[in-house]
Ligand binder design. Structure first.
Ligand code: AHR
Length: 501
C-alpha cells in the first residue's frame, strides 16, 4: 500500500496566497461579457461588474488578478482607457480575434474589479511598444497622492485617492509577442524601464516583475540575472522582486493541440505527464537562479499556466474558448501541489485565464454562469493560502499510464494553518482506486474536520449551462482513522481534500 508520511514538526516555508492568483486579459470574452457588462446591463452588476462572477471569485479567495495581458499588454496604451467612456478610442485587438476594443474597461474599472473581489492588483506594463515615459506616467497616475499632472488627471477622472499597485510587470513575453527581443536586449531595457517605476507609496511599495524565460529556456534566465542581478537590493521591493515564467500544457502540437472534452486514455496520461513537467521547469530555472541569488531574494511568478486546447467548435479561433473537464481538475491539482512544494521560490502564480478563456474557473453565456471543475479544485485548495508547508513524502506509489506516458499514481502536498492540517491528493489513474495510508510523525489523536472530492463517473464530463453541477466538489467519506494513521481509498481520477485537526 502507498504511504504518505507527514512531519507536522517540520515547516518548510509559507505558501504565499498569491500562488492562487488569476490572469485576465483583453482576450475573447474574458473581460467583456465575462466580468464587465457595463452599468446599464440587465445582468445584475455593481459598477458594471457581474455580481455572480465577482461572488464566485470571492468564494475561491482570488488573492491577486493580473491585467491587462499577456500579449495584449505590450500593445496597450493606458491613456486610451481613461476618461469619458464615449470618447475613449476604439481600436482593433490585433492579437486576439481582430475585434473592436472600445476601451470601456480601463484602469479605473480594473481597480474597481479588484476592490470588489478584495484582491491584490497586478498591472502589466507595456515595454514592447510603449515608451518609458508612458510606463512611468501610468505608475504616477495610479499611485501618486500629491500634486502632479498625472495625479491631477486621475482626480479629474473621478478618483481622488491613489490606488495601491501591489505588482507591476515590466513587459510580457518580451522574447516573443512582447517585442521578439534577445535576452540581453530585454535585460538592458528592463534596467531602464524599471528605473521609472517609482515608489510613490512608501507604505505599499510596488513589487516589480521582470519578464522571465519562455518555458525551459535557461539562457534567458541566466542572461537576465547576469545583467540585472547586481542591482538587486538587500531588501525586497526594489530592482526586481519577481521573475515571471509561463507554461501551458498542450497535449498535442501548437497546430493541433487536441480537444478539451474529447480525448483518449493515452491523451489523458500525456496531458498529466506534461503537467508534471512544471516541477522540472521550476527546478531548472531555480538551479540557474540559485547561482546568482542563493538567498532567494527574487521569487518566481508563474503568471500564466494551465491547459491550452483547441477552441470549441464554432467559436472564434482568436478567443481561445475551451470547456473544462475532470482532466482540467487533475492538471489544476497536480500543478498547485507542485507550486506549494516550491513555495520557497514560487511566490505567485496566475491561472490563465479567469473567465471564458483557456483553463477558466468560470464560463458565461448571456446571463448564465457555470463554475468549471477547475473552480472546484481551487475551492478545495484555498485552505493552503498562507499556510506553512509541511514536510511530507510518498513511498510505494505505483507508476501508471500507457505506453510512454508514465506518471506516478498519486501526488500530494500538505500545509498547516491555525492548527488545521490541509492535505490535497491527486489520483491520476483512469481505472483503479488506490489505497493510501497517511501517517503523522507524532502520536496525537486526530480527527478529520473536512473531506471532499472532485471527480465524476466519466472523466470527459464537464459543467454546462444546462447541467452546471455535473463535476462538483462533494463530501468524501472513503477513509478510516486507525490510531495515528488514516487509511484513505482514493477513487480513480480524483482530487481529494482532507483537513485534519
Ligand atoms: O494567455 C494567452 C497568451 O499566452 C498570452 O497573451 C501570452 O502572454 C501567452 O503567450
Amino acid at each position: 500500500m502507498a504511504k504518505l508520511t507527514i512531519n507536522e514538526n517540520k515547516k518548510c516555508g509559507t505558501i504565499a496566497p498569491e500562488i492562487y492568483g488569476h490572469f485576465s486579459e483583453h482576450l475573447g470574452r474574458c473581460i467583456y461579457e465575462g466580468v464587465y457588462v457595463g452599468e446599464k446591463s440587465d445582468i445584475p452588476n455593481v459598477n458594471g461588474m457581474r455580481s455572480d462572477v465577482v461572488e464566485a471569485l470571492k468564494e475561491i479567495r482570488v488573492p491577486v488578478l493580473r491585467w491587462p495581458g499577456g500579449c495584449f499588454a505590450d500593445e496597450y496604451h493606458w491613456m486610451d482607457g481613461i476618461g469619458e467612456k464615449q470618447s475613449r478610442k476604439k481600436l482593433v485587438n490585433t492579437h486576439w480575434g481582430g475585434v473592436t476594443e472600445d476601451n470601456s474597461f480601463g484602469t479605473h474599472e480594473y481597480m474597481e474589479l479588484c476592490r470588489q473581489i478584495g484582491c491584490k492588483t497586478y498591472v502589466n506594463g507595456n515595454l514592447g511598444s510603449g515608451t518609458v515615459r508612458e510606463m512611468s506616467e501610468w505608475v504616477e497616475y495610479m499611485t501618486f497622492s500629491g500634486v502632479s499632472p498625472m495625479a491631477d488627471l486621475r482626480k479629474k477622472n473621478g478618483h481622488e485617492e491613489p490606488w495601491v499597485v501591489d505588482y507591476f510587470g515590466v513587459g510580457n513575453e518580451n522574447w516573443g509577442c512582447g517585442g521578439n527581443m534577445t535576452a540581453e536586449h530585454y535585460a538592458n531595457e528592463y534596467r531602464r524601464y524599471q528605473t521609472y517605476v517609482r515608489q510613490f507609496n512608501k507604505e505599499h511599495p510596488i513589487s516589480k516583475v521582470a519578464c522571465g524565460p519562455g518555458t525551459a529556456d535557461p539562457w534567458w534566465t541566466r542572461k537576465l540575472l547576469e545583467i540585472c542581478y547586481d542591482h538587486a537590493p538587500e531588501d525586497s521591493h526594489g530592482f526586481m522582486d519577481l521573475m515571471s515564467m509561463h507554461y501551458y500544457v498542450v497535449p498535442g502540437t501548437w497546430e493541433h493541440k487536441g480537444a478539451a472534452t474529447e480525448y483518449t486514455d493515452e491523451e489523458w496520461y500525456r496531458t498529466l505527464r506534461k503537467s508534471l513537467f512544471m516541477d522540472r521547469l521550476i527546478r531548472g530555472h531555480e538551479a540557474v537562479t540559485d547561482q546568482f541569488d542563493p538567498d532567494k531574494k527574487i521569487g518566481f511568478a508563474v503568471d500564466e499556466w494551465g491547459n491550452w486546447f483547441d477552441v470549441e467548435k464554432g467559436t472564434n479561433p482568436g478567443f481561445l474558448y475551451q470547456q473544462s473537464t475532470v482532466r482540467d481538475a487533475l492538471v489544476a491539482g497536480i500543478t498547485l501541489n507542485i507550486f506549494n512544494k516550491h513555495c520557497d521560490r514560487v511566490r505567485m502564480a496566475c491561472l490563465a485565464q479567469t473567465i471564458n478563456v483557456l483553463q477558466s474557473v468560470i464560463l458565461t453565456e448571456g446571463d448564465r454562469m457555470v463554475k468549471t471543475p477547475t473552480w472546484h479544485v481551487l475551492h478545495q485548495f484555498r485552505h493552503h493560502q498562507g499556510g506553512a508547508l509541511l514536510q511530507s513524502g510518498l513511498t510505494g506509489v505505483e507508476e501508471i499510464g500507457m505506453g510512454e506516458e508514465k506518471v506516478p499514481a498519486v501526488t500530494e502536498s500538505v500545509s498547516e494553518k491555525d492548527g488545521v492540517v490541509t492535505l490535497t491528493l491527486n489520483h491520476l489513474s483512469l481505472t483503479d482506486s488506490a489505497d493510501l495510508s497517511v501517517q503523522f510523525a507524532d502520536d496525537r489523536k486526530r480527527e478529520i474536520v473536512e473531506a471532499s472530492v472532485v471527480k465524476s463517473d466519466d472523466v470527459h464530463d464537464c459543467n454546462t449551462f444546462d447541467e452546471p453541477g455535473v463535476v462538483e466538489e462533494k463530501a468524501f467519506t472513503d477513509y478510516r482513522m486507525e490510531g495515528r494513521q488514516i487509511d484513505v481509498r482514493l477513487p480513480a481520477a480524483s482530487v481529494v481534500l482532507l483537513r485534519i485537526k
